[in-house]
Design a protein around this ligand. Structure first.
Ligand SMILES: *Cc1c(COP(=O)(O)O)cnc(C)c1O
Length: 460
């Protein structure tokens, strides 16, 4: 499979190039040149275990020898603590797809365990090295670090907003002792971190000199790994309920996770509705309901991994929405860059896309949802998953089950759980073990130059 850029300014590249470079050189994002129709395979795929299913899905997109791909998938999901990797649990009228059984207890492990192995594989073949530069609103950083710590030929530099990630999230990054790991606490918002990373990547001479690569959700291999659990989760729900179609609700920030679900739907998985759930930072919900994508100011909430106003994967979806026309993508993205706003023409009351529905969950409702699920069903939702469940329940249908993605283990956000339930009950031995370990981090101003200088200093 070849990969094209959403901005059309680049000839098609292969899987390896798309994965190792992350962002296309014209500033666009990589997309597969075509989306395979897998409807003839669905019956056979429905009974596969997670790793076998992952192999079937991924080999349609990744030009890797089947045995090598199988080994990377096997290694990635052997790190998960549940035999089903991503089990589906029916609770209180929804089906929860638990994506948090990986090493750092967030769904990002599903993709980053795989990506770390793919990087090491290609680097070993070429004798090259890679310096990963990543911005995180909390969970990506620790999952990326867990994916590449100690791996040969790789260094990782993680930028996160100083004081705006949870203490547990910060410890998961800063207590990793491997000397290929660098944690940078930036005095600014997540969007500032992301802008710095983008600016540095767009300096092609610097990027080449320092052999920079990305693990942010703009990296194609991450989306690829995430497509798998949409199939897995939908198959489990259909088997549990006998339904032939499903609705799926996704707590959304950077639009990476839900975009993987969109691709699964385009491949032929019978998803009747993709439901996008945001917290108070609702730029995407507003877009899907009105056709206007307008930047707001970031508000800190109890679901910090969704405190995002500019969603880095949105451009990929926009490409399909405007009929795969890269010139139109360029025009819209340039308008957005200058004015902080873009508008799609001809949007009616039905919203932008019949496949999508969108809603916002305020903090009070997220807390109430956590409390209700805990008190009435003994089930603990983390605050991100609660945003999804709350919005998903507004779109329930008697004919179709609702699959709600649970993106983090509640123990990662124990303060929010305490606030919701009045009890300190969200714990996990993996996190408790970090409490007294030494931390390593460098605090930097929110300036591209400061980060550039740090890289120069630490990359020989
Ligand atoms: C990253 C993250 C999200 C948002 O996912 P996107 O792909 O950025 O939309 C939601 N919940 C949790 C716990 C996360 O870590």
């Amino acid at each position: 499979m070849n990969y094209i850029s959403t901005r059309g300014g680049e000839t098609a590249v292969d899987f390896q190039t798309a994965v190792l470079t992350g962002l296309a050189r014209d500033g666009g994002l990589f997309l597969p040149a075509e989306i395979p129709d897998v409807r003839p395979e669905l019956t056979a795929w429905a009974s596969l275990d997670y790793s076998a299913l992952a192999l079937e899905v991924m080999r349609r997109f990744a030009d890797l020898p089947a045995d090598d791909l199988r080994a990377m998938i096997g290694g990635s999901y052997a790190t998960f603590r549940h035999p089903d990797v991503t089990p589906v649990v029916p609770v209180n009228g929804v089906h929860i797809l638990e994506l948090f059984h990986g090493p750092t207890l967030a769904f990002k492990d599903v993709a980053l365990q795989f990506l770390g192995r793919v990087f090491e594989y290609y680097l070993a073949q070429s004798g090259r090295r890679l310096n990963i530069l990543a911005a995180t609103s909390g969970d990506t950083g620790s999952a990326a670090i867990a994916g590449v710590r100690g791996r040969r030929g790789i260094r990782i530099f993680v930028l996160y907003p100083h004081g705006r990630v949870s203490p547990a999230q910060e410890r998961q990054m800063t207590t990793v002792p491997d000397n290929n790991v660098f944690c940078l606490a930036v005095r600014g918002s997540f969007d500032d971190c992301q802008t710095i990373v983008k600016t540095i990547f767009n300096d092609l001479a610097f990027r080449d000199r320092y052999e920079l690569g990305a693990v942010n959700s703009i990296n194609w291999a991450r989306l690829l790994a995430q497509i798998v659990y949409y199939f897995y989760g939908a198959f489990r729900v259909m088997a549990q309920t006998g339904a032939r179609t499903v609705r799926i609700v996704v707590p959304t920030g950077n639009f990476g996770d839900i975009f993987a679900g969109y691709l699964a739907a385009r491949m032929g998985l019978p998803i009747s509705r993709m439901i996008l759930a945001t917290n108070e930072n609702d730029i995407l919900a507003r877009f899907f309901n009105t056709g206007v994508y307008r930047r707001g100011t970031v508000q800190a909430t109890l679901s910090p991994s969704m405190d995002i106003q500019v969603a880095s994967n949105f451009e990929r979806y926009l490409y399909y929405l405007v009929g795969c026309d890269p010139r139109e993508v360029c025009r819209l993205m340039e308008t957005f860059a200058h004015s902080g706003k873009l508008r799609l023409d001809g949007v009616t009351g039905a919203g932008v896309d019949p496949l999508f529905a969108a809603g916002t969950c305020m903090t009070a409702d997220a807390l109430a949802t956590i409390r209700e699920f805990y008190e009435q069903h003994g089930y603990l939702l983390d605050p991100h998953s609660a945003v999804g469940v709350h919005v998903g329940r507004q779109f329930l249908s008697p004919a179709e089950p609702m699959l709600a993605l649970a993106t983090a283990h509640p123990a990662k956000f124990s303060e929010a759980i305490c606030k919701a339930t009045g009890r300190d009950i969200a714990h996990h031995p993996v996190l408790d073990a970090l409490a007294n370990l030494p931390q390593r981090r460098t605090v930097l101003p929110a300036e591209t130059e400061a980060v550039r200088a740090f890289l120069r200093e630490h990359i020989p």
